[in-house]
Design a protein around this ligand. Sequence first.
Ligand SMILES: Nc1ncnc2c1ncn2[C@@H]1O[C@H](COP(=O)(O)OP(=O)(O)OP(=O)(O)O)[C@@H](O)[C@H]1O
Length: 638
Amino acid sequence: MAPQPKVEAQQRKRQWDALTPPLSEWILDAISYMGFTKTTPVQDAAIPLFMGNKDVVVEAVTGSGKTLAFLIPVVERLLRLEAPIKKHHVGAIIISPTRELATQIHAVLVSLLKFHAPSAALLKTDDDEDVEMADTESSPPAFPAGTLKVVPQLLLGGAVTPAQDLSAFLKNSPTLLIGTPGRLLELLSSPHVYCPQSSFDVVVLDEADRLLDLGFKEDLQKILSRLPKQRRTGLFSASVSEAVDQLVRVGLRNPVRISVKVKARTTTNGKDEGKIEDKKTPASLQMSYIVTPPVHKIPAIQTLLRSLLPQPQKTILYLATCYSVDYFQHVLPDILKGFAIVPLHGKHPDKVRRKNFTKFADSLTPSVLLTTDVAARGLDIPSVDLVLQLDPPSDPKTFIHRCGRAGRAGRKGLAITFLRPGREEDYIEFLRVRQTPITPFTSPPISASDNEAESTIEQIREIVKSDRAIHEKAQRGFVSWVRAYSKHTASSIFRVSDLQWDELGRAWGLLRLPSMPELKKWDGDRSLGVNLDWDAYAYKDKQREKQRLVGKQNEGDNKGHVRKAGKGKNGKGGAWSQKKEQRATKEVRREKKKAKREYDRVARMTEEERRNEEELGSMIAQVRRKVVDDEEFEGFGS
Ligand SMILES: Nc1ncnc2c1ncn2[C@@H]1O[C@H](COP(=O)(O)OP(=O)(O)OP(=O)(O)O)[C@@H](O)[C@H]1O
């Protein structure tokens, strides 16, 4: 491959009106209204190429403005077509891995389109909350026939049914679809939706490496197979290079690769080595770690939130699994007093998911979003100033995305990851070779004494003891966490065999360790030193507790009958109680099977990550490379 020209972005002025081909006046107005005086380096490099006839593979750090870097070219391309797109034909598609991200992209698009009169006439906004399409039949737009316009439709799982999506499509005839793979595929599978060569122009994969993971592979391939081969394709992510092996699958044609890196001084143990190296994370984001035993993690978070100045207003705390979130959402409100705890994970019903996301994004008081990797990518909540990772993510690719929820668009941010002493410290070097250096967190010094740790454990246990339902959530959360840990991609660093079960169980505030295969050969004390009258341990929910007591009573009766039957002289009584005993045995078996199914279900949750790794093939895409070094990245905000 011939050496590629190096574009020194910082030497350009990065003026919006200096881009070639020139942007439409209304786009310049929209951008000026948004207050963006300069392009970001990735916008400067990607917009001209994607507006021209190039497929692009774009890698740029989190929060660097990639959304506009693809939305502007897509919109400009659709408005420069030779003729308006026919009814029920689609011109462009933007695919996103999560509903929240798709919704966000749609919102940015709508804020752009408000400046394009023919497109804006078709948007109906209710106090800028839910944007729907205006009813074209009752209010026909006052533009001459043949006027080009962009008509978007958002397609998400959960909120509405596929039939409702189709009916909205048929009514409004959108030209640009934005959605998650499943819902997009549903719509594209309808015989009433057309993407022919004559009208289809461009497809964008946002968070492309995630979409290329095995979990989305099938849907993505089916979507792409419904699109014409002659089209423009753009792949965008902060970690797209991780998926380079898979690019061939997407059908890119002679793509240009744009890579925006940040230059940083190399430091070892906080000391400047005087060398400059490439970094895959924004300069405005401090990436740190704290090495501490599990029992000290929650107390350390307590101290951090109390002592950081200024006090963090919006914090995201990442946990490994949905079930861990379900548990800690009950524990943390009492431990992290003064912070609203907002849970969000992929197993929440859509309504809860949307409500909680909005609650966190709009919160005016200090709050902590307790979440999983569902909120790791793309979400742009500018006021997030702190990201905490109780454990590193199972998939190292996710690491920079989680951290990148803070320190966006040149704002200052802090991301802290907790590591256990010992082998987990190797993760620091593991990240460094992946151009993701992290430094020890030293100021303010965060250390919890053993006494503090003990008192936090006791505090958590008191909360758990207050409701048997919380204990069950704790057990399920713990099992799912162990499964996630065992599926870590960096398996030489994160080994289940290194885990100290009693210490971990106490760190979680468990009242006993759950039965699970990992503990079969462990001969420690499963009660974790807790003395509890398990028979009297009640559910807070009265109805549930009543059921439990009835169940217990029946159990007792059954035992009584069995005893009597054994002693009885009359054969009839024995048979009756035998039947009852058989029923009880069956019931126990059913319960056991149910528990096993639940265990397997939890185990399967992280299976996808493991398979993703196995999937990495050897196909190497031929990509031309264009590198934009961005030393001044920190200052791009207006
Ligand atoms: N030219 C610009 N000048 C200043 N701010 C900008 C500019 N373009 C975009 N922004 C702002 O930067 C923030 C981050 O943008 P965006 O969400 O597109 O980042 P991203 O690169 O897609 O990040 P991620 O990789 O995390 O998805 C947004 O709040 C956006 O409004």
